[in-house]
Design a protein around this ligand. Structure first.
Ligand SMILES: [Zn+2]
Ligand SMILES: [Zn+2]
Ligand SMILES: [Zn+2]
Length: 486
């Protein structure tokens, strides 16, 4: 591959570095999955070839498990599904997503070999599995998966030693990448991408990775493009510089991020952000009113109370008690108000949930207030070209638009567009949606500036019709952690 090379990143093992200069928004490489599967819970709602979320899918008549957009996707996915189809037909219960992924990976190796393209820089066998580092619980899960895998794996396929199968499960645990749907709003599946696995972690990375679903709409299949991940530069990168992505959300204090990384990926993060505890002070900041700070006891009380409230809020959210969520958020924010600063993580988490749920319930004005406070905090914490920041700005902008606050809404949407052009690129479906939204808010803003009465009349008529589908979808669901396994 011409843009990158493998190098020895010392205590981090192998790594990838740039062989030329990149500017923000450049695609460094693209990679189709070596193997990928849809999550168990979404197997009937998401296409097993292109990972788009669709209302109506076409079911495989053989196994009755795989689902596709149409014949085109079914045909395109048949090579990967053929052996799986026969194996699923034979079992009483479809195996879980991890087992299906391991099987697809081994069938791929059997069919195409360990290296399937010229640009592939490593094999699954060469990747680390960290089986030796796993906890007792981790090992128990792994053994269960291996056992069920052996039941599922047909006699007609090439047979493998238990160690080889365990290795593949270990590789999946620390290298699998979570796939999102076409709007980037929901995690829908998981896949293996060998080259991406070589990119090491940094809490403040210079690259971002996204799934591009490709295009299967052209009449001539020659013009179809496969779904693939894109590694994109999110800032200027010099020749020889190591390429990094973040495996976890930055919005955790350094010790928490280090713990998460250790548990899931078995390494100690020594990035600059962690070793110098950058931004920890902002994420745990205390409010100062007229030069006066709350007492240590007050801070301790509010911190503990916030943690408990966040648990309750999450429980109510999962159970779908949205009005309860709103009440709990308001109660918690009131207690936090005079004690925690606006960049404090616990406050941001409450603001984020409150705005999301209030938008869902169509209380747009209130939702917009919370969303604005949330993105103001995010802008102080995230680096400028961060995908999460872009997505949050997009949701906040759309919420303001719904609330009739066109000036703020349009400005947020423009900011989000600037970020997503770099993190997702102009051809990604989210960027295209956002482009349509931006055109709409631009027209409305002009009308608003010319004649406010006419603007409000037009809005009222417009809102009686169904709002633009893209605007409605943006606020329906959101997910923050799209990187790697759940
Ligand atoms: Zn499809
Ligand atoms: Zn089938
Ligand atoms: Zn770090």
């Amino acid at each position: 591959m011409e843009n990158v090379e493998v190098f020895d990143a010392l205590n981090k093992g192998r790594g990838l570095r740039a062989t030329k200069v990149f500017k923000a928004g450049d695609v460094i490489f693209t990679e189709p999955s070596f193997a990928a599967v849809v999550f168990d819970s979404l197997s009937q709602q998401v296409c097993h070839t292109c990972f788009r979320h669709q209302d109506k899918l076409h079911r495989c008549s053989q196994c009755r498990f795989a689902h596709y957009c149409d014949r085109t996707c079914q045909r395109a996915g048949w090579d990967e599904h053929k052996q799986e189809c026969a194996a699923i037909k034979k079992c009483s219960k479809v195996p879980n997503e991890t087992i299906r992924l391991a099987a697809r990976a081994l069938w791929r190796i059997e069919k195409d070999g360990s290296i399937v393209s010229e640009g592939q820089l490593t094999t699954l066998d060469q990747l680390e599995d960290h089986v030796a580092d796993m906890s007792a619980d981790g090992l128990k899960e792994l053994k269960g998966n291996v056992h069920n895998f052996l039941d599922y794996w047909p006699h007609s396929s090439q047979q493998h030693e238990v160690d080889r199968v365990s290795h593949i499960f270990g590789v999946i645990k620390c290298n699998a990448f979570t796939l999102s749907d076409q709007r980037g709003l929901q995690a829908v599946g998981v896949g293996l991408f060998p080259n991406l696995s070589l990119v090491n972690h940094n809490c403040l990375p210079n690259c971002t990775v996204i799934l591009n679903h490709g295009s299967q709409t052209a009449l001539n299949p020659l013009f179809h493009t496969q779904s693939r991940i894109e590694l994109r530069a999110q800032e200027r990168i010099s020749q020889g510089e190591e390429l990094t992505v973040s495996y976890v959300d930055l919005l955790n204090v350094s010790t928490d991020r280090q713990q998460l990384l250790k548990q899931q990926y078995f390494f100690d993060c020594t990035c600059e952000c962690c070793s110098q505890h950058l931004k920890d002070d902002l994420m745990m900041a205390i409010k100062e009113v007229n030069g006066k700070k709350p007492s240590d006891l007050e801070v301790k009380e509010v911190t503990q109370l916030s943690l408990k409230a966040l648990e309750k809020i999450e429980k109510a959210r999962v159970e779908g008690n949205y009005h309860e969520v709103v009440n709990l958020c308001k109660e918690c924010l009131e207690k936090q108000e005079l004690v925690l600063a606006d960049t404090h993580l616990y406050k941001l988490r409450v603001l984020s949930t409150a705005s999301e749920v209030l938008s869902y319930l169509h209380y747009f004005s209130e939702a917009a207030d919370y969303a604005r406070r949330m993105v103001e905090g995010y802008m102080k914490l995230y680096p400028p070209n961060n995908a999460q920041l872009g997505m949050a700005l997009m949701r906040a902008g759309v919420t303001h638009w719904h609330a009739g606050q066109i000036e703020v809404g349009h400005s947020m949407i423009c900011k989000a567009y600037g970020i997503l052009m770099i993190t997702h690129g102009p051809t990604h479906s989210i960027t295209k949606d956002l482009e349509a939204i931006r055109t709409q808010t631009e027209v409305e803003l002009r009308l608003f500036q010319q004649n406010k009465d006419a603007y409000y009349n037009m809005r009222e008529t417009a809102l009686k019709k169904v709002p633009m589908s893209a605007m409605a979808e943006v606020i329906q669901d959101s997910i923050k952690k799209l990187f790697r396994s759940k």
